[in-house]
Design a protein around this ligand. Structure first.
Ligand code: F3S
Length: 280
């Protein structure tokens, strides 16, 4: 069995930065709480919990005496304001590229321009981003793009982890919808590189495995891309998912397997999978 790892896979710059920030604070003996899960990665979250780093699901759950770490996806503006008013000490681990998108939306909103945001309306990044302007419409399908009314001007912004091909398709639809179309390509480079790498690798192998959390948006996109060109695409959360006898038996039938991983998957997890496949 030949195992090939995608050229870009696993932890991105924003995730590494967030983990480094929290680690530095923890080493200094500070008591920390994260606002929601810091990143979408269960083993990492378990590690943080073992270090006594707790999670607050809402401002009401914030414990006194703890520094609150803002997750990579950011928080809505009203939450930020409430935290400031209450004087909660914060460590901002929002990814700078997520921040960049928020600033674009804020600037457009100040000028009164309506903003079209392409992404998953329930994802924490989008929940936070939409709070930066009053006139924000969220779409997440070509059908929704086609259903938009014609207007003089459209500013379109993307979720950082959106599939680049999908964004291009949405933009193509929008060309017929406005006299002036402004495209703000806010898909982050780490996402683009990981998507391109899996797009290249998937058709060259018998099967492809994408490692990452079930709630990770970028992992989901990688899996969809892999699946589009390889019907033996498999999505797993950790190496344990491969140990089930039926899965292991199926894997043994492949002569080549490709590996990819979402931006919040650790190098250790990727390594565990690689080692397990070699053993098989
Ligand atoms: Fe940031 Fe992109 Fe990672 S937005 S958190 S570098 S996937």
């Amino acid at each position: 069995m030949k195992i090939s790892v995608a050229e870009q896979a696993g932890f991105c710059f924003g995730v590494k930065r967030a983990l480094k920030l929290i680690d530095e604070y923890h080493r200094r003996g500070k008591k920390i709480q994260t606002y929601g899960p810091l990143i979408h990665n269960l083993p990492v979250l378990r590690d943080l919990a073992a270090k006594g780093i707790t999670q607050a699901g809402s401002p009401a759950e914030i414990e006194k005496g703890r520094t609150l770490c803002i997750r990579t996806h950011g928080v809505p503006r009203d939450v930020e304001r409430r935290l400031k008013r209450r004087g909660v000490p914060c460590l901002d681990a929002t990814c700078p590229l997520v921040k960049k998108g928020q600033k674009i939306i804020e600037r457009l909103g100040r000028g009164g321009a309506p903003v079209l945001l392409v992404g998953d309306k329930d994802h924490p990044e989008i929940v936070a981003a939409r709070s930066y302007a009053r006139r924000v419409t969220i779409i997440n399908s070509l059908a929704e793009a086609r259903a938009l009314p014609r207007s003089r001007e459209i500013h379109v912004v993307a979720q950082t982890t959106l599939d680049t091909s999908f964004f291009k398709e949405v933009v193509a639809v929008l060309l017929d919808k406005a006299e002036r179309l402004h495209v703000h390509n806010t898909i982050c480079l780490a996402t683009q590189e990981r998507q391109e790498a899996v797009r290249r690798l998937a058709p060259k192998v018998d099967a492809i495995i994408v490692v990452g959390s079930r709630i990770s948006s970028n992992t989901k996109k990688l899996y969809q891309i892999a699946r589009a060109s390889n019907r033996n695409a498999l999505r797993i959360e950790t190496c344990d998912d491969l140990r089930r006898p039926r899965v292991a038996a199926r894997l043994r039938t492949f002569r080549s397997i490709g590996l990819s991983a979402g931006a919040s998957t650790s190098p250790q997890e990727l390594d565990n999978v690689k080692k397990y496949l070699h053993k098989l």
